[in-house]
Design a protein. Structure first.
Length: 556
């Protein structure tokens, strides 16, 4: 039997009766729990709480189904009227005061007339809720501009004769036009009762719990980034300055002039040359692999797609290379000729698209090899059938406000698009690079719109090279990726020598100390750019020292 409490009219000035269902285990611990506020439809209005138990989450609880929420189910006493938002806010205040509530995880849902109420309550109090689900409801389109980045899931029966599905379609379109965070599920042939299958769907509850208000404290830049006091974002000013002094002590002539420290989308520190654009060198590789994620999401390929299916030049010798091997530097690809720069390296030849003998079989070793990334760029160009710079800009760059940027190319496909260099050559400034980092910090979302698939961000930012994988015997064997290389992102991985860097941190790394760190644990992005060489002590040593000091600045 569901354990529930009755909150009666007049108790703490709450103007209606409510049922509060406690989750299993509530009484056995001092844990704080998520809250789900459920607003019933017009047919359950009145002064008989038994009717509230007929549909939705209360019906599930009455049937013995446990839900991982403190379920709050008030009854609208006015059988002809709509919910009163001020009264509902008063009820929430009471619940948060009376029960152990995780205030970052307060969710809202409503059906039919309750969905009307949910729309209005959220429009006027969007900062109060972590996410909302509305079932067969309607709302004025102007509400869309008041909902901010509140995650919303809308459900409706396509054959609804009471509230036409067009009401939900119109509202979803309005939210999308505002850049909001909305998804839609419609049920073919279903009438007004869209709630039965909606509330039986366990995916709904899992989706709600994916969101919390701490995530929504994040902001996104428009044309410029917002600069604030570090203290405002839980960072000690003096300790931040000390950490930056450590970093500067290892930098060359460019120092911190192209450096930014950003938390929750707000700039805590910026140098005086953050609009200076130049090559970010191997940080380009992270853009290349992101294009692979976009192409997979577009259905054009898979991680295990054989590259030779698209690029005949690879031939039989490289017929077993999968796209994931290029992205993890485990392809074994090498090209004919020595370095175009006149040094002894076998990498960076004048003919990167003319295959030589493989360095090793795909997946058997790791080799940080720029020629492989150049071929990777060529393969992706064939898959996209489009200039990769144009493709990326259309899918991501324009959406996140990149503005003008460039990507070096030295050839093109015969009768086809330009081939961008997959290993280097993107030219941009620190503000732009920080936007890419901020996009990944938010798992590919920007102002409520999913630009890069979340699954890709998670896969790219974890080690894809097993710790036992050997490093190939090449003239670049000093670059070790085992346990610390994702899909063209470096990660704080197994056996890493950056122990003072927060767990889960990952980063782009380019020549001349062009770096972009994503630090999910701190909701932070750190960018350092320059044209002044790599630090003599090595990047890992330098940035481990920096993050060791920066950890002392994090107040909350």
């Amino acid at each position: 039997m569901a354990e529930s409490h009755l909150v009666e009219r007049g108790e703490s000035d709450v103007p209606f009766d409510s049922l509060v269902y406690l989750p299993e285990g509530y009484s056995e611990s001092d844990q704080s729990w998520p809250v789900l506020l459920f607003l019933h439809g017009g047919g359950e209005s009145g002064r008989n709480l038994e009717s509230v138990k007929r549909h939705g989450p209360p019906a599930l609880r009455e049937a013995g189904e446990d839900l991982p929420f403190l379920l709050v189910a008030p009854q609208n006493p006015d059988s002809r009227g709509f919910w009163k938002e001020d009264d509902l806010v008063q009820l929430l205040d009471f619940v948060e005061d009376r029960y152990r509530v995780d205030t970052d995880k307060v969710y809202l849902t409503g059906m039919s007339r309750g969905a009307y109420g949910a729309w209005r309550l959220a429009a006027e109090n969007s900062e109060r809720f972590a996410a909302m689900a509305v079932v067969c409801g309607a709302a004025p389109a102007p509400y869309a501009g008041w909902l901010g980045d509140l995650p919303i899931w809308v459900f409706h029966g396509e054959a609804d004769p009471v509230i036409p599905v067009d009401e939900s379609l119109r509202m979803v379109k309005a939210i999308e036009a505002e850049g909001g965070n909305v998804r839609l599920t419609t049920y073919p042939g279903v009438d007004h009762d869209a709630w039965t299958q909606t509330y039986l769907n366990k995916e709904l509850y899992a989706w709600l719990l994916e969101h919390d208000l701490s995530q929504r404290s994040m902001v996104f830049p428009d044309e410029t980034w917002k600069k604030v006091s570090p203290r405002e974002q839980g960072v000690d000013n003096a300790a931040l300055a000390s950490a930056l002094a450590v970093l500067e002590s290892y930098c060359g002539k460019d120092g911190l002039s192209q450096t930014m420290v950003i938390r929750n989308g707000r700039v805590l520190f910026e140098g005086d040359s953050i609009t200076k654009a130049h090559n970010i060198y191997s940080s380009t590789k992270s853009f290349t692999s992101t294009i692979l994620g976009l192409l997979i999401e577009d259905g054009k390929c898979r991680l295990d797609t054989l590259a030779a299916e698209f690029e005949p030049l690879l031939g039989a010798a490289y017929g077993e290379i999968e796209l994931k091997h290029f992205a993890s530097m485990t392809s074994g690809y090498s090209a004919r000729g020595k370095s175009r720069w006149g040094d002894a390296s076998e990498d960076w030849s004048h003919t990167p698209y003319k295959p030589a003998e493989p360095l090793f079989s795909p997946g058997e070793a790791y080799a940080y090899w720029d020629e492989a990334m150049m071929m990777f760029g060529r393969v992706l160009t064939r898959i996209a059938d489009e200039d990769l710079a144009s493709y990326f800009n259309r899918k991501v760059g324009e959406e996140i406000g990149f503005g003008d940027w460039d990507w070096w190319s030295d050839t093109r496909l015969k009768d086809g698009p330009i081939i961008r260099n997959g290993c280097t050559g993107i030219s941009m400034n620190a503000q732009q690079l920080a936007r890419m980092g901020h996009l990944f910090l938010n798992e590919g979302r920007w102002k409520g719109k999913q630009l890069v698939p979340t699954w890709w961000v998670r896969e790219a930012s974890r080690s894809q090279v097993a710790s036992e994988i050997p490093t190939a015997d090449t003239d670049r064997s000093n670059v070790v990726g085992a346990g610390r290389y994702g899909y063209n992102w470096w990660v704080r991985g197994e056996g890493d020598d950056m122990p003072d860097t927060p767990e889960g941190t990952y980063y782009m790394s380019g020549l001349h100390n062009n770096m972009c760190f994503v630090v999910p644990e701190w909701d932070m992005v750190v960018v350092r750019m320059g044209e002044d060489g790599n630090p003599e002590e090595g990047k890992r040593f330098v940035y481990n020292a920096f993050f060791r000091e920066l950890s002392k600045a994090i107040i909350d």
